[in-house]
Design a protein around this ligand. Sequence first.
Ligand SMILES: Nc1ncnc2c1ncn2[C@@H]1O[C@H](COP(=O)(O)OP(=O)(O)OP(=O)(O)O)[C@@H](O)[C@H]1O
Ligand SMILES: [Mg+2]
Length: 267
Amino acid sequence: MSALLSVRDLQKTFGQVVAARDINVDVPVGQTVGIIGANGAGKTTFVNMITGHLKPSGGAIIFEGGAITGLPSRKIMRLGVARSFQVAQLFPTYTVFENLCAAIAIAHSGTSVFSAAVARFVSDRTKGEAETALAHFQIAPYRDALASTLPQGMRKLLDIAMATAGNPRLLLLDEPTSGISLEEKFDLMEVIMAALKARGTTVLFVEHDMEIVRRFADRVLAFYDGTVIADGPPTVALDDPRVAEFITGTLIRAKDGTLKAPTVSHA
Ligand SMILES: Nc1ncnc2c1ncn2[C@@H]1O[C@H](COP(=O)(O)OP(=O)(O)OP(=O)(O)O)[C@@H](O)[C@H]1O
Ligand SMILES: [Mg+2]
Protein backbone atom coordinates (compact mmCIF):
# COMPACT_ATOMS: atom_id res chain seq x y z
CA MET A 1 0.00 0.00 0.00
CA SER A 2 1.37 3.43 -0.88
CA ALA A 3 1.83 5.92 1.93
CA LEU A 4 -0.54 8.84 2.54
CA LEU A 5 2.42 10.79 3.93
CA SER A 6 6.11 10.27 3.19
CA VAL A 7 8.88 12.26 4.82
CA ARG A 8 12.37 12.04 3.35
CA ASP A 9 15.60 13.24 5.01
CA LEU A 10 13.78 16.13 6.67
CA GLN A 11 15.97 18.78 8.30
CA LYS A 12 15.36 22.02 10.20
CA THR A 13 17.88 24.33 11.77
CA PHE A 14 17.31 27.54 13.73
CA GLY A 15 20.74 29.21 13.67
CA GLN A 16 22.94 26.79 15.66
CA VAL A 17 19.99 24.70 16.87
CA VAL A 18 19.26 21.54 14.88
CA ALA A 19 15.55 20.99 15.55
CA ALA A 20 15.10 18.22 12.95
CA ARG A 21 17.60 15.95 11.24
CA ASP A 22 17.44 12.93 8.94
CA ILE A 23 13.74 12.20 9.54
CA ASN A 24 12.35 9.45 7.29
CA VAL A 25 8.78 8.27 7.83
CA ASP A 26 6.00 6.68 5.73
CA VAL A 27 2.46 6.79 7.14
CA PRO A 28 -0.18 4.58 5.49
CA VAL A 29 -3.85 5.57 5.23
CA GLY A 30 -5.84 5.06 8.43
CA GLN A 31 -2.89 4.77 10.83
CA THR A 32 -2.87 6.51 14.23
CA VAL A 33 0.68 7.56 15.08
CA GLY A 34 1.74 8.73 18.55
CA ILE A 35 4.68 11.15 18.59
CA ILE A 36 6.67 11.15 21.83
CA GLY A 37 9.81 12.90 23.05
CA ALA A 38 11.09 15.12 25.84
CA ASN A 39 10.60 18.90 25.83
CA GLY A 40 12.54 20.42 22.94
CA ALA A 41 13.00 17.07 21.12
CA GLY A 42 11.51 18.49 17.91
CA LYS A 43 7.92 17.18 17.93
CA THR A 44 6.19 20.49 17.22
CA THR A 45 8.84 21.43 14.66
CA PHE A 46 8.08 18.17 12.81
CA VAL A 47 4.32 18.86 12.89
CA ASN A 48 4.84 22.48 11.79
CA MET A 49 6.88 21.45 8.77
CA ILE A 50 4.20 19.00 7.59
CA THR A 51 1.45 21.62 7.94
CA GLY A 52 3.50 24.38 6.30
CA HIS A 53 3.81 26.52 9.44
CA LEU A 54 7.60 26.12 9.17
CA LYS A 55 9.73 25.74 6.05
CA PRO A 56 12.13 22.78 6.20
CA SER A 57 15.84 23.50 5.75
CA GLY A 58 16.17 20.31 3.71
CA GLY A 59 14.41 17.12 2.65
CA ALA A 60 10.98 16.42 1.20
CA ILE A 61 7.39 15.95 2.39
CA ILE A 62 5.09 14.00 0.05
CA PHE A 63 1.33 13.92 0.64
CA GLU A 64 -0.88 11.69 -1.54
CA GLY A 65 1.98 11.31 -4.00
CA GLY A 66 2.67 15.05 -4.46
CA ALA A 67 5.40 17.19 -2.89
CA ILE A 68 4.08 19.71 -0.35
CA THR A 69 7.52 20.70 0.97
CA GLY A 70 7.59 24.37 1.94
CA LEU A 71 4.11 25.20 0.55
CA PRO A 72 2.09 27.82 2.47
CA SER A 73 -0.04 26.33 5.27
CA ARG A 74 -3.33 27.39 3.63
CA LYS A 75 -2.46 25.49 0.48
CA ILE A 76 -1.48 22.37 2.43
CA MET A 77 -4.73 22.60 4.39
CA ARG A 78 -6.73 22.76 1.16
CA LEU A 79 -4.98 19.59 0.01
CA GLY A 80 -6.36 17.77 3.08
CA VAL A 81 -3.93 18.24 5.97
CA ALA A 82 -5.37 19.81 9.14
CA ARG A 83 -4.09 20.39 12.65
CA SER A 84 -4.81 21.52 16.16
CA PHE A 85 -2.39 23.57 18.25
CA GLN A 86 -1.03 23.08 21.79
CA VAL A 87 -3.46 25.83 22.83
CA ALA A 88 -7.03 25.67 21.40
CA GLN A 89 -7.80 28.28 18.71
CA LEU A 90 -11.48 29.27 19.01
CA PHE A 91 -13.72 32.29 18.35
CA PRO A 92 -14.42 33.10 22.05
CA THR A 93 -17.49 35.29 21.47
CA TYR A 94 -19.25 32.74 19.23
CA THR A 95 -21.29 29.80 20.46
CA VAL A 96 -20.04 26.24 19.96
CA PHE A 97 -22.42 25.81 17.00
CA GLU A 98 -21.30 29.11 15.44
CA ASN A 99 -17.65 28.15 15.87
CA LEU A 100 -18.28 24.90 13.99
CA CYS A 101 -20.25 26.70 11.26
CA ALA A 102 -17.43 29.22 10.91
CA ALA A 103 -14.76 26.51 10.60
CA ILE A 104 -16.83 24.55 8.06
CA ALA A 105 -17.71 27.67 6.03
CA ILE A 106 -14.03 28.66 5.99
CA ALA A 107 -13.05 25.15 4.85
CA HIS A 108 -15.66 25.20 2.05
CA SER A 109 -14.84 28.71 0.89
CA GLY A 110 -11.07 28.38 0.99
CA THR A 111 -10.75 31.85 2.55
CA SER A 112 -9.31 32.62 5.95
CA VAL A 113 -11.67 35.48 6.83
CA PHE A 114 -14.91 34.91 8.67
CA SER A 115 -17.12 37.58 10.20
CA ALA A 116 -20.19 37.46 12.42
CA ALA A 117 -22.17 38.92 9.51
CA VAL A 118 -21.21 35.98 7.33
CA ALA A 119 -22.14 33.55 10.12
CA ARG A 120 -25.83 34.47 9.67
CA PHE A 121 -25.75 33.32 6.08
CA VAL A 122 -24.12 29.91 6.39
CA SER A 123 -25.71 27.30 4.13
CA ASP A 124 -27.98 24.49 5.28
CA ARG A 125 -25.24 22.08 4.23
CA THR A 126 -22.78 23.81 6.56
CA LYS A 127 -25.30 23.75 9.42
CA GLY A 128 -25.96 20.06 8.77
CA GLU A 129 -22.24 19.29 8.94
CA ALA A 130 -21.96 21.32 12.16
CA GLU A 131 -24.79 19.27 13.72
CA THR A 132 -23.01 16.06 12.69
CA ALA A 133 -19.76 17.28 14.28
CA LEU A 134 -21.64 18.19 17.49
CA ALA A 135 -22.88 14.61 17.66
CA HIS A 136 -19.61 12.89 16.64
CA PHE A 137 -17.55 14.83 19.19
CA GLN A 138 -20.26 14.64 21.88
CA ILE A 139 -20.48 18.41 22.38
CA ALA A 140 -24.19 18.77 21.55
CA PRO A 141 -25.08 19.64 25.19
CA TYR A 142 -22.88 22.76 24.79
CA ARG A 143 -24.30 23.70 21.36
CA ASP A 144 -25.44 27.21 22.38
CA ALA A 145 -22.78 27.98 25.00
CA LEU A 146 -20.20 30.67 24.22
CA ALA A 147 -16.82 29.14 23.45
CA SER A 148 -15.22 31.35 26.13
CA THR A 149 -17.33 29.66 28.83
CA LEU A 150 -16.47 26.04 27.94
CA PRO A 151 -14.74 23.68 30.38
CA GLN A 152 -11.22 22.75 29.24
CA GLY A 153 -12.15 19.28 27.92
CA MET A 154 -14.99 20.68 25.81
CA ARG A 155 -12.67 23.38 24.42
CA LYS A 156 -10.34 20.62 23.23
CA LEU A 157 -13.19 18.67 21.63
CA LEU A 158 -14.49 21.78 19.87
CA ASP A 159 -10.99 22.70 18.69
CA ILE A 160 -10.46 19.23 17.19
CA ALA A 161 -13.98 19.14 15.73
CA MET A 162 -13.18 22.47 14.03
CA ALA A 163 -9.87 21.11 12.72
CA THR A 164 -11.82 18.30 10.98
CA ALA A 165 -14.18 20.79 9.30
CA GLY A 166 -12.88 20.29 5.76
CA ASN A 167 -12.83 16.49 6.20
CA PRO A 168 -9.02 16.32 6.16
CA ARG A 169 -7.37 13.03 5.20
CA LEU A 170 -4.53 13.71 7.62
CA LEU A 171 -4.93 15.36 11.03
CA LEU A 172 -2.06 16.43 13.28
CA LEU A 173 -2.86 16.97 16.95
CA ASP A 174 -0.25 18.72 19.09
CA GLU A 175 -0.79 17.52 22.67
CA PRO A 176 -4.59 17.02 22.51
CA THR A 177 -4.75 16.19 26.24
CA SER A 178 -2.47 18.95 27.57
CA GLY A 179 -4.02 20.78 30.51
CA ILE A 180 -6.59 18.00 31.04
CA SER A 181 -6.77 16.14 34.36
CA LEU A 182 -5.65 12.51 34.54
CA GLU A 183 -9.21 11.34 35.24
CA GLU A 184 -10.61 13.10 32.15
CA LYS A 185 -7.83 12.31 29.64
CA PHE A 186 -8.87 8.78 28.68
CA ASP A 187 -12.55 9.62 28.15
CA LEU A 188 -11.57 12.64 26.07
CA MET A 189 -9.24 10.60 23.87
CA GLU A 190 -11.92 7.89 23.48
CA VAL A 191 -14.30 10.50 22.06
CA ILE A 192 -11.66 12.07 19.80
CA MET A 193 -10.31 8.80 18.43
CA ALA A 194 -13.77 7.24 17.90
CA ALA A 195 -14.86 10.33 15.92
CA LEU A 196 -11.69 10.26 13.81
CA LYS A 197 -11.87 6.50 13.20
CA ALA A 198 -15.51 6.91 12.05
CA ARG A 199 -14.28 9.45 9.49
CA GLY A 200 -11.32 7.29 8.43
CA THR A 201 -8.88 10.09 9.27
CA THR A 202 -5.16 9.31 9.46
CA VAL A 203 -3.84 10.85 12.69
CA LEU A 204 -0.48 11.97 14.06
CA PHE A 205 -0.74 13.05 17.69
CA VAL A 206 1.92 14.46 20.00
CA GLU A 207 1.51 13.13 23.53
CA HIS A 208 3.51 13.14 26.76
CA ASP A 209 1.36 10.57 28.61
CA MET A 210 2.68 7.09 27.74
CA GLU A 211 -0.49 5.34 28.93
CA ILE A 212 -2.48 7.35 26.40
CA VAL A 213 0.08 6.50 23.70
CA ARG A 214 -0.05 2.80 24.60
CA ARG A 215 -3.84 2.79 24.45
CA PHE A 216 -4.49 4.88 21.32
CA ALA A 217 -1.48 4.73 18.99
CA ASP A 218 -1.05 1.99 16.35
CA ARG A 219 2.53 3.13 16.01
CA VAL A 220 4.97 5.28 17.99
CA LEU A 221 7.54 7.71 16.61
CA ALA A 222 10.02 8.57 19.36
CA PHE A 223 11.92 11.86 18.96
CA TYR A 224 15.19 12.69 20.64
CA ASP A 225 17.39 15.67 19.80
CA GLY A 226 15.60 16.37 16.51
CA THR A 227 15.57 12.86 15.14
CA VAL A 228 13.57 9.62 15.35
CA ILE A 229 15.24 7.10 17.67
CA ALA A 230 12.47 4.47 17.64
CA ASP A 231 9.59 3.74 15.24
CA GLY A 232 7.26 0.80 15.75
CA PRO A 233 4.21 -0.57 17.57
CA PRO A 234 3.84 0.87 21.11
CA THR A 235 4.77 -2.44 22.75
CA VAL A 236 8.11 -2.42 20.89
CA ALA A 237 8.95 1.30 20.70
CA LEU A 238 8.13 2.10 24.34
CA ASP A 239 10.38 -0.75 25.50
CA ASP A 240 13.29 0.36 23.31
CA PRO A 241 16.27 0.96 25.66
CA ARG A 242 16.98 4.44 24.23
CA VAL A 243 13.33 5.43 24.64
CA ALA A 244 13.38 4.07 28.19
CA GLU A 245 16.54 6.05 28.97
CA PHE A 246 15.90 9.34 27.14
CA ILE A 247 12.12 9.71 27.09
CA THR A 248 10.14 7.63 29.55
CA GLY A 249 12.83 7.47 32.24
CA THR A 250 11.97 3.85 33.01
CA LEU A 251 15.68 3.01 32.75
CA ILE A 252 18.62 5.05 34.05
CA ARG A 253 22.30 4.69 33.15
CA ALA A 254 24.50 3.61 36.04
CA LYS A 255 28.09 4.85 36.51
CA ASP A 256 29.39 1.62 34.95
CA GLY A 257 27.37 2.41 31.79
CA THR A 258 24.70 -0.26 32.24
CA LEU A 259 20.97 0.56 32.12
CA LYS A 260 18.95 -0.20 35.24
CA ALA A 261 15.46 0.40 36.60
CA PRO A 262 15.53 3.39 38.98
CA THR A 263 15.44 2.46 42.64
CA VAL A 264 12.40 3.82 44.44
CA SER A 265 13.14 5.81 47.57
CA HIS A 266 10.64 5.60 50.41
CA ALA A 267 12.46 8.21 52.47
N1 LIG B 1 10.99 29.39 16.11
C1 LIG B 1 12.07 28.89 16.69
N2 LIG B 1 13.23 29.57 16.74
C2 LIG B 1 14.34 29.06 17.32
N3 LIG B 1 14.39 27.82 17.89
C3 LIG B 1 13.27 27.10 17.87
C4 LIG B 1 12.04 27.58 17.27
N4 LIG B 1 11.10 26.60 17.42
C5 LIG B 1 11.70 25.59 18.05
N5 LIG B 1 12.99 25.88 18.34
C6 LIG B 1 13.95 24.98 19.01
O1 LIG B 1 13.90 23.73 18.32
C7 LIG B 1 13.97 22.64 19.25
C8 LIG B 1 12.75 21.77 19.10
O2 LIG B 1 11.61 22.49 19.57
P1 LIG B 1 10.12 21.94 19.50
O3 LIG B 1 9.21 23.05 19.87
O4 LIG B 1 9.91 21.30 18.17
O5 LIG B 1 10.12 20.83 20.64
P2 LIG B 1 8.94 19.92 21.20
O6 LIG B 1 9.42 18.49 21.12
O7 LIG B 1 7.66 20.26 20.56
O8 LIG B 1 8.92 20.32 22.75
P3 LIG B 1 7.68 20.46 23.81
O9 LIG B 1 7.43 19.06 24.34
O10 LIG B 1 8.24 21.36 24.87
O11 LIG B 1 6.49 21.04 23.11
C9 LIG B 1 14.15 23.28 20.62
O12 LIG B 1 15.52 23.34 20.91
C10 LIG B 1 13.55 24.67 20.45
O13 LIG B 1 14.14 25.57 21.35
MG1 LIG C 1 5.82 21.01 21.24
